[in-house]
Design a protein around this ligand. Sequence first.
Ligand code: ADP
Length: 571
Amino acid sequence: MIAGLVVWLAVSSTGNLTINELEKTAQARLALYDSSLRAAIDRYRYLPYVVSRHHQVIDAVAGTGNAHTASLYLEKVNDRAGAAALYVLDQSGMTIASSNWNTADSFVGEDYSFRPYFNQSLAGHEGFFFGIGVTTGRAGLFISTPISRNDQIIGVVVVKLELDELEKNWQDGGEVVFVADADGVITLTSRGDWKYRTLLPLSAADRERITRNRQYVGEDLNSLDIGGQISDGKGTLAIGSEQFLYDVKKIDGSDWRIFYLTSMSDVTARQGTVMLITIIASGLIMLIILFLRERELKLASQREALEFERIQSLNTRLEEEITERRKTENELRGTQNELVQAGKLAALGQMSAAIAHEINQPIAAIRTFCASAKLMIERGKTEQLDQNISQISSLTERMGAITGQLKTFSRKSTGVLEPVDLKVALDNALQLLSPQLETENCQLERHELRMPLMVHADLVRIEQVCVNIIRNALDAMIDSPKKRLRIDLTTAESNVIMRISDTGPGMEDDALALLFDPFFTTKDPGQGVGLGLSVTYGIVRDFGGSIKAYNMTSGGACFEVRLPLLREQTS
Ligand code: ADP
């Protein structure tokens, strides 16, 4: 579609360009033909005038001289001039002397009074006439001048030019050029078949006049019938099946017109070439465009494929990262459980000495009671046995309490959350740590509400929280002169708040920022691993609570745990 438009535009513009170009050429050629024709005529135009002034000619016409002498003179002059003939007519139109006096076609004695040029010159004008010679049968241009004597016209001098040579040159030139006379008869032409044809059919009067003048004797003067298509200047015309561009010009000093024709086939041929070139060029351009588009599409699909691959690998990486993260999360969760367990074991390790001490005492006591019971039985003092046995029983109860606590502590968390009374958890923790509290001679202060403080948690893990914080407080107070552990249990809004404070040295600012980070410890190696508070933090957070630590103005550290209060359980 676009290609078609391009071809059409190219061809039509080429057509216009070609026509413009050809018109310019035509004008130049026309001017050239015109000037060459005028040069051929002007070469002889002066001749009759010069001859008309010669005394031998004047004398011959006047009858006072010799006509033959005049003929000799004309012959001599014409030998030089090279015209077809140079001759003199008397007042009646009779040829009295001629340059061709001694040839078979001699004009001497011929009557040319019927020729218009004779009458024109007799009337004192220059005669200018193209016609076919009645004597020779050869066409030529007749230019005539009056011969005057004492202001009287006594004869006429005529020069006949044959323009065959010029016409032949035109024909050889291969261009289409012709001259039409005042009647529209084509007198000179490069196209032989148009010679003596007329531009328009002649009127009867014109034809009659031409016949009378014997101007084109023997010619039919058929019309090409193109006069209707001709206006001044230029245009197009059709002759037969041929189309032409024409340029026309009046020949100065005559009533002739000269035509220069350019065949339209030149235009169409050029248009054809241009069309062919344009089609090929458009085809090539289309091919290039298609090629470029194809390449662009290919590149685009390659880019898309690359992008797709990139996104796919990104997705795969993301998926891998997600899997990795899940794995890490699971591992962390597992680690946290392990840490809880590890924390408990560490606590157990530390407590083992105290526990061993606690248990060793009742065992030793039981052993002593058993030995004394044996003695009593041997001695038959069985009435005292009862007291002995009840002491043994109370000792085993105490031991049972200790092992019971240990059993509870070593119990692994079920992971199931249930309503738990924080006070109970705290009791258990304190029970667990009581040997240490006692050993270290630490004073315990408890301030708490009477009602149960229910939270949604896991008893074992809540105990772990309490144990970790209290154990740290005891550790911190190891060198304190006054060791007092204060525990406050209150509620605020919908939270249970547990504050555990000590009379230790408190915490450095640096330590405050890192307290809950895993493996942060200020204790000597073997004393602490830095996991207690990070595990505590994790547990509290799991139960939807929060934990913070700060130094008290009175000195010592305080750990504050907040957990959501289960109201329905408290009522
Ligand atoms: P660990 O007890 O094994 O060092 P924790 O995570 O339980 O690990 O405690 C981290 C650190 O927090 C302790 O080493 C100590 O420096 C500091 N800390 C904890 N509780 C107290 C406290 N009550 N007073 C002063 N410092 C404390």
